[in-house]
Design a protein around this ligand. Structure first.
Ligand SMILES: *Cc1c(COP(=O)(O)O)cnc(C)c1O
Length: 226
């Protein structure tokens, strides 16, 4: 994709987010666009950076470790979000790379982050991932366990939990899942909601998303499905 194409896509998605926010009576500035760069190369990322974009998502630590360290060193205002599953043996690398880890979903992982965390790491915020559709193959805590797990993340492992994240089942109406996530966050006193992807980010904004994770509509289709 050309720089112009990526810049144009970013502008279109941003405008639709703003419209969806205004329609819902929300301040458009309360919604961040996370450009999901997984499966896309340095040229695509460079195009987004040149368009002034600074919020990015990756779903694999290893892939992010190849693509981002030089950019993060050169541009202090770039923010990188981990939006894919994190294995405990990759925690140290993830803490050094990502500003936000959105996929905290089990005690062993939370405990490993607590143990490995150092002040010079990038990590500033954690989101708890909730498996709103209770799909057996999908990561995330069950909705019924969310409140207790969030409390343990804060009290037992001192994690800076600021929000919740979900990926609704592909074949279901996403709004029910977005509403459930918003309700769980409200009850836990969390203000951030990471929900909505290329197919449903406007719906997510209507239901209170503070970050939407958009890949395909920004960078085009991925060559390899990660
Ligand atoms: C890939 C991915 C996205 C972006 O998906 P698109 O449909 O390409 O916008 C968002 N969230 C997660 C967790 C992903 O893995």
């Amino acid at each position: 994709m050309t720089i112009e194409a990526v810049a144009g896509n970013l502008a279109v998605v941003r405008r639709r987010i703003d419209e969806a926010a205004r329609t819902a009576g929300r301040d458009p500035r309360s919604v961040e666009l996370i450009a999901v760069a997984k499966g896309h190369d340095a040229a695509a990322i460079q195009a987004a950076l040149e368009a002034g974009h600074r919020q990015f998502g990756e779903n694999r630590v290893q892939e992010a470790g190849k693509k981002w360290p030089r950019i993060l060193a050169a541009l202090p205002d770039v923010r990188l979000h981990l939006i894919g599953p994190l294995q405990t043996n990759k925690v140290r690398e993830a803490l050094a790379l990502f500003d936000v880890i959105e996929t905290i979903d089990r005690p062993r992982l939370a405990e490993a982050i607590h143990r490995e965390r150092r002040p010079d790491h990038r990590l500033r915020e954690c989101f708890v991932q909730v498996n709103t559709g209770e799909e057996p193959q999908k990561a995330g805590v069950a909705p019924a366990d969310a409140e207790g797990f969030i409390r343990r993340c804060r009290e037992d492992w001192q994690l800076p939990v600021t929000g919740l994240m979900c990926i609704p089942p592909v074949d279901e109406e996403p709004s029910l899942h977005f509403a459930l996530l918003a309700d769980l966050a409200r009850r836990a006193g969390l203000t951030k909601l990471s929900m909505g992807m290329s197919a449903d980010y406007e719906i997510a904004v209507a239901f209170g998303a503070t970050e939407v994770r958009v890949g395909t509509m920004v960078f085009g289709h991925r060559a390899i499905v990660p």
